[in-house]
Design a protein around this ligand. Structure first.
Ligand code: FMN
Length: 466
């Protein structure tokens, strides 16, 4: 099989590849893999640079873009970004932070955007009609490039002490950010935290890419995405936000992951659930427009985008949060809640008693969250439970449907040989009063998307095709 190292490619091919990737909404690696599959690259046929601007057919004709330029070295790339956005017909307005003006001049930015450049929150001319609100409302998307560590921190913490941050707080439009900073700054714990917070706030990211830094002898993650990549991301985000979403106005509660039931301060009862399926369902529901509360046990995977996440440890904590999150239209109970907990967890670490064998644990049943919600007076209109079984899937699934008063049970075989627990794929059976539907082996994300399609059909919400 042919392979290439993108890093080693000639700069002009790399640039063309980058542009093609942005055009097709792929990463550079995906685009290269695709092209290798088509043997074009393998036969040394260079990707024509004409794949760039002039051939980029997706127009931005009626779109209004508010670009916020932060104070980083990569600010100079925004001049090209403005040019490329304007070439496609977009109206571009720009806010520059005071630090951005240290790197590029408002004069160049204004000349390229063809509009006044905004920078002062207390500008007497602009704020007589609360200009920062108007700026955010009169845009279809806000793009922050370069998004400095400082701007990311402000956004993640809700600061609003200058025009850029106040506009970002006041907006009800999608926000796409292109971070750019030194690798150490990107890897700093504070930036890691801010990144996660912004992802769960539904902020869209493009980049950063990996490569050489402005500082000599430094390389790694932190380079701002190229203007064409940012352009591709703008179009993807705009496309995603166009038209009404099928579950808009609906509220969903999703549980995910295992629960940890303490034995003593260092030991607990748990299971192998990774949270991948529950998190994928939460994200798919959010993408379909639902307001999602995800109640997650301890997992080691990233928070899904666009959902409110509440992290818990035990079954009892999970039950309490789920009940307080009611009412909801949809409840999806994916978490592998521990059936039992110790009657009382020890305050001190249990000691090994040499020669006396293991301590015995006295267990008691945990609350049955699915059953409780299935019979709750505020029961969601659609209650879906997951059944992790190792035998007689359908029989056990059907019994569970009845016992828990659920509308659907998604039964999956979690025998060790299936690799489902913790793996990326799932083979499920949708059990309802109408019968059993067996789905083929799918990725957990595909299961999530299919399930959300079924939920949309359940509510018979009209999707308007534009
Ligand atoms: C030469 C120079 C280059 C800088 N480059 C970056 C950068 O690429 N990314 C970043 O996050 N901060 C960078 N900084 C620091 C920011 O300019 C500084 O944190 C500033 O307060 C950011 O303001 P703003 O986010 O409001 O634009 C740089 C500073 C200097 C002096």
């Amino acid at each position: 099989m042919a392979s290439i190292t993108i890093r080693n490619l000639d700069e002009s091919i790399k640039q063309a590849l980058r542009e093609r990737a942005a055009q097709n909404g792929h990463s550079m690696e995906e685009e290269a893999r695709l092209r290798l599959g088509q043997t074009e690259l393998a036969e040394s046929q260079p990707i024509k640079a004409s794949a760039s601007s002039a051939n980029y057919d997706a127009s931005l004709g009626d779109k209004r873009i508010l670009l916020i330029i932060g104070g980083g070295i990569a600010a100079y790339k925004c001049l090209d970004l403005i040019r490329r956005l304007k070439e496609r017909g977009a109206a571009v307005r720009v806010i520059m932070t005071p630090a951005a003006s240290e790197f590029i001049t408002p004069l160049s930015v204004g000349a390229l955007s063809g509009d006044k450049v905004f920078s002062d929150l207390f500008d007497r001319d602009d704020e007589h009609d609360v200009g920062h609100i108007r700026l955010s409302r009169e845009a279809d998307i806000i793009v922050v490039a370069p998004a400095t560590a400082d701007l990311m921190a402000k956004m993640a913490n809700g600061l609003a002490n200058d025009l850029a941050s106040t506009t970002l707080m006041a907006t009800n439009k999608p926000v796409l950010i292109a971070p750019a900073m030194n690798t150490q700054m990107w890897n700093h714990r504070a930036t890691r935290r801010n990144h996660q917070t912004l992802l769960s706030d539904g902020i869209h990211f493009i980049g950063p890419n990996s490569g050489e830094m402005a500082e000599s002898n430094e390389a790694g993650f932190g380079r701002m995405a190229e203007p064409m990549e940012i352009l591709g991301a703008v179009q993807a985000v705009l496309a995603e936000n166009e038209g009404p979403k099928p579950l808009s106005g609906m509220r969903a509660i999703v549980t995910s992951g295992p629960t940890h039931e303490p034995i003593d301060p260092v030991r607990y009862i748990a299971n192998r659930s990774s949270g991948k399926q529950g998190h994928a369902i939460a994200e798919a529901l959010a993408q379909a427009g639902a307001e999602v509360i995800l109640v997650s046990g301890p997992v080691n995977i990233p928070d899904p985008k666009g959902v409110e996440i509440i992290k818990v440890q035990t079954a009892r904590e999970m039950q309490k949060i789920v009940e307080t999150a009611l009412p909801a239209d949809i409840g999806v109970f994916v978490a592998a809640v521990a059936d039992w907990r110790t009657v009382k967890s020890s305050d001190e670490k249990l000691k090994k008693k040499d020669g006396k064998g293991p301590s015995s644990l006295k267990l008691t049943e945990n609350p049955d969250i699915l059953k409780g919600i299935g019979h709750h007076k505020n029961r969601p209109k659609l209650v879906i439970g997951f059944a992790a079984e190792t035998e007689h899937l359908e029989k056990h699934g059907k019994a569970k449907l009845k016992r828990k008063n659920a509308d659907w049970i998604i039964a999956n075989d979690v025998s060790p040989e299936t690799g489902i627990m913790g793996g990326n794929q799932n083979t499920v059976h949708l059990i309802s009063k109408e019968g059993v539907e067996s789905w083929p082996k799918l990725s957990k994300q595909e299961v999530a998307e299919r399930l959300v399609e079924r939920m949309v059909a359940f509510f018979d919400v009209e999707t308007i095709e534009i």
